[in-house]
Design a protein around this ligand. Structure first.
Ligand SMILES: [Fe+2]
Length: 256
């Protein structure tokens, strides 16, 4: 992950900078939470603030807020989409006076630190990822039929190989809620164990935001999570996201 301090940029500048690295992620494919008409920001900019479209703080009882709370679990952006995101760029415009750090875990270091037996065990595992699982984890299960259909689980390999460096990493995320061929309890326990391993302090950097930091990360090799803040204070952070180009379960075929 990279931090570019003092970037007092507009949404247009953020979009233009992001496009230097490739195609923006297309949000039309699954994972809809807020209707476009309810959005405060222009297409292409994802609103990770605690504000509604009129600029007021979202109510604690609003289900949009429940979805946002789930971002405080360790995850990789869009791992619930068939082609998960490559880079995310988060611009801090207004930050609360306390808390709200973003933490990053290095999933290459986490993979390297596994013992040989576990490395062999995870090598060919395919996980199922969905927003349903990550929201279930915080007790938010009040999803409509449309949402359940739009959040249908997708298959992702647990071990990813970076296409440029060839380095392996664990592709974990709180969106992962099942392993193909495993019972759910066994899968959940294993994923929880791996997540605990991968998020030990030695693998984690905690970013304390300053206004106008632009933070950029590679979702293929990191997990991240948001940290608590006073919900009565404004946190206005805006994300642009670069589309991935690999279906993870096909990565080996693509690499050869
Ligand atoms: Fe995220």
């Amino acid at each position: 992950m990279l931090v570019f301090p003092d970037q007092d940029i507009t949404d247009e500048q953020q979009l233009a900078f992001t496009r230097q690295f490739g195609e923006l992620e297309n949000y039309r494919t699954g994972g809809h939470i807020r209707r476009r008409a309810d959005s405060r920001l222009a297409p292409g900019i994802a609103d990770f603030s605690n504000l509604d479209k009129d600029g007021g703080i979202i109510s604690a009882e609003d289900r949009v807020w429940f979805f946002k709370l789930g971002d405080r679990l360790w995850h990789s952006d869009s791992s619930f989409r068939p082609v998960p995101a490559r880079y995310s760029l988060l611009s801090g415009r207004v930050l609360p006076s306390w808390g709200a750090n973003t933490e990053f875990a290095d999933m290459r270091a986490a993979y390297d630190a596994l013992d040989a037996r576990t490395k062999a065990e995870v090598e060919d595992i395919v996980c199922l990822h969905s927003l349903i699982y990550s929201r279930q984890a915080i007790g938010f299960t009040d999803l409509s039929e449309d949402e359940l259909a739009s959040f249908a689980p997708v298959r992702q390999r647990l071990v990813r190989t970076h296409p440029v460096t060839g380095r392996k990493s664990l592709f974990l995320s709180s969106h992962a809620g099942a392993i193909e061929g495993w019972t759910v309890p066994e899968a959940r326990m294993f994923l929880r164990d791996l997540t605990e391993h991968a998020t030990q302090r030695e693998f984690v950097y905690s970013h304390q935001w300053r206004p106008f930091d632009l933070v950029m990360w590679d979702n293929r090799t990191t997990m991240h999570r948001a940290r608590r803040f006073d919900r009565n204070e404004v946190r206005d952070v805006r994300r642009t996201t670069l589309a991935g180009d690999v279906i993870t379960i096909e990565q080996d075929a693509a690499a050869e």
